[in-house]
Write a protein that binds this ligand. Structure first.
Ligand SMILES: Nc1ncnc2c1ncn2[C@@H]1O[C@H](COP(=O)(O)OP(=O)(O)O)[C@@H](O)[C@H]1O
Ligand SMILES: [Mg+2]
Length: 409
């Protein structure tokens, strides 16, 4: 492989908006100079087909939006990670699926304020011929009410590997508890203490070491969930959300993830920290969309061009050493931040952005004000909303993106 020509693979499902945006920005990028060489970058959409395990992929880096549900590309990604050193956002080894259970375990071990959480066995047995024998021999009967009482009402019941609010319910009493459990069927569920009333819901989109912490309004319709608000958290709570997001990503080697925390006073409670395929569509991120695509571009280019190697191994011991020390919570966060910055090479990345990618911010701004971007917006609105709503939503999103342009002038 020529080390100055880099192919960025996109493994996509149904999305069109952000991939078109990303492809356009890579086209506009031009050569990136680094260490005395000019690097060129190209994108390609990856197709799904039989593969020889010994075949050499041509991709330097892959942004994966598919493997969390589609297993052919998932197995191809594993091969590419193990055999070919392809840089993956994200590695299937750490993101087998949207598995928040492991994230809770890690965060509790690291001393973070995850609400009380239990895992309960399936309501309906798994489909396996050996189940009856095994269950008769080893499954303990359990009292669901007792567990719920020990957590306290209200609580949340939700799948251990959740995503997209599937199967999530707020449980206020034993009647709703049993109803929700009966409905859960073959899903494996957590019961989790509810953080309520909380002051604010912070959702951070993290790409490499960069995060955008956004005020999230879960009760609003999709287009209105992210509020444009730059000072909804105190400085210290804001830093804490940032640190926790970067920490959990570095811990698991997740490089493209969205993280959710409920903030009560100065106290930050993580509730959902494993989203392998974070929502970055223009109709939900609106104002924040240019940031997201620009940052995805910068981090991808850094990984492809700067010689950063993908890492499959975890160094949990270093994190646990901090967790087990007698440092205070704040001191631990400081140490975690150092470990996370070390993993992400934050300083080298910032340096790279300032030197090799110094033109990217203005390039993104030019593109957002271009007719091509407006076309993308209009087409996305047309394919997302019914005809009677097109005008209203086009005006709505144009307004928000205009605001972003003004704020970033
Ligand atoms: N412990 C909790 N306390 C308060 N609200 C919660 C809690 N857990 C979940 N929720 C609410 O339910 C929503 C969906 O739960 P979440 O864990 O984020 O699942 P998903 O992975 O499907 O997004 C959250 O956005 C939040 O509004
Ligand atoms: Mg969530």
């Amino acid at each position: 492989m020529d080390r100055t020509e880099h192919l960025l693979g996109l493994l996509l499902g149904t999305e069109e908006d952000w991939p078109r945006a990303f492809e356009e920005l890579v086209r506009r990028l031009g050569p990136v100079s680094h260490d005395g060489a000019d690097h060129t970058l190209r994108t390609e959409r990856i197709t799904i087909e039989p593969f020889d395990l010994r075949a050499k992929p041509t991709y330097h880096l892959v942004i994966d939006r598919l493997a969390y549900w589609y297993y052919v590309p998932r197995e191809w990604l594993k091969k590419a990670a193990l055999m070919d050193d392809v840089y993956l956002l994200n590695s299937p080894f750490t993101f087998q699926s949207m598995e928040k259970h492991a994230a809770y375990c890690a965060m509790i071990r690291l001393g973070l304020k995850v609400p009380d959480t239990w895992l309960v066995p399936y309501k309906n047995p798994v489909d396996n011929a050996r189940y009856a024998y095994t269950a008769a021999k080893y499954n303990q009967p359990f009292d669901l009410d007792e567990i719920a009482d020990s957590i306290g009402y209200p609580l949340y019941m939700k799948p251990y590997d959740g995503g997209a609010w599937r199967g999530v319910s707020r449980i206020r009493d034993d009647e709703t508890l049993h109803h929700a459990y009966d409905e859960s069927g073959e899903m494996l569920m957590h019961l989790q203490a509810s953080v309520e009333p909380y002051d604010v819901f912070a959702r951070s989109l993290t790409i490499g070491p960069d995060s955008m912490v956004m005020k999230f309004q879960p009760d609003q319709p999709m287009h209105n969930r992210y509020a444009v608000d730059h000072s909804f958290l105190s400085a210290s709570a804001g830093e804490e959300v940032l640190t926790i997001s970067r920490l959990i990503n570095a811990f698991f080697r997740w490089e493209f993830n969205s993280c959710e925390s409920l903030v009560l006073g100065e106290s930050v409670h993580p509730i959902d920290y494993a989203n392998a395929c974070p929502d970055i569509s223009i109709t939900s991120l609106h104002y924040y969309f240019p940031w997201a695509i620009g940052t995805l571009l910068k981090w991808s280019v850094f990984c492809a061009v700067s010689g950063r190697r993908p890492r499959l191994d975890l160094d949990t011991r270093n994190y646990f050493a901090v967790a087990d020390s007698d440092r205070t919570y704040d001191e631990k966060l400081t140490e975690y931040r150092r470990l996370a910055d070390d993993y992400f090479e934050t300083e080298r990345y910032q340096d790279f952005c300032a030197t090799s990618l110094s033109h990217v911010d203005s390039m993104v701004r030019d593109w957002v004000t271009s007719p091509a971007f407006d076309d993308l917006l209009v087409e996305t609105v047309r394919s997302t909303y019914p005809a009677s709503e097109h005008d209203r939503f086009v005006a709505h999103f144009r307004g928000l993106l205009g605001l972003w342009v003004a704020d970033n002038a």
